[in-house]
Design a protein around this ligand. Sequence first.
Ligand code: UP5
Ligand code: MG
Length: 198
Amino acid sequence: FSPSDVTVIFVLGGPGAGKGTQCARLVRDYGFTHLSAGDLLRAEQDRPGSQYGQLIRDCIKNGAIVPMEVTVALLENAMRDTLVSGKTKTGRFLIDGFPRKMDQAVKFEEVVCPAKMVLFYDCPEQEMEKRLLERGKTSGREDDNAESIRKRFRTFVETSMPVVDHYEREGKVVKVDSTPGPEKVYEETRKQLRRVFG
Ligand code: UP5
Ligand code: MG
């Protein structure tokens, strides 16, 4: 990858903070390609013949982080596919829910490129829990249950927040409060992005 061909924004935030919801709006308005690490992992888990299916299933259920080689390779492949097939006009990528551990951040920047900025959605656990339990009634996601949610929160605080702190020190973090409704959060997101993309 040549960093001049692509613009990468990492979209971070706790489980249920609203990363996917906001990414969908950004795709619509800014021509981003949205790659959710969680979605790519779930697709790989269900791919017949995948050697990682069981490993991914166990990690996701326990809110644990899949070994970074697997996730980085999935993201790299998806980015390459998008570029090679001409599916992006802008070369702008939203990488959603990644990196959530320092080793992933280091590896991705080594094999792909550094992120231009980090969009961090900040939301209290109580609100995130309410959203995930509600979604769990219909989502079919094996980690949308009280026990898995508790584990996801713990991993987020212990392992993923240090990544946000790292980018904070690099001056790359744009923080958006994602407690209000989706439209209000998006309004604030656009305001912040205007500083970067005009
Ligand atoms: N909702 C959204 N915004 C709202 C708002 N402003 N007000 C009210 N409701 C709002 O939203 C969640 C729910 O809340 C939805 O019902 C939505 O309508 C509502 P969503 O936009 O889906 O939030 P998001 O932050 O994307 O939540 P998600 O559950 O996807 O977050 P996670 O970070 O937990 O999930 P992800 O898929 O990224 O990862 C899952 C697992 O994969 C991880 O736990 C881990 O085991 C594994 N993983 C890795 O191992 N490595 C990786 O690099 C990435 C993932
Ligand atoms: Mg998501």
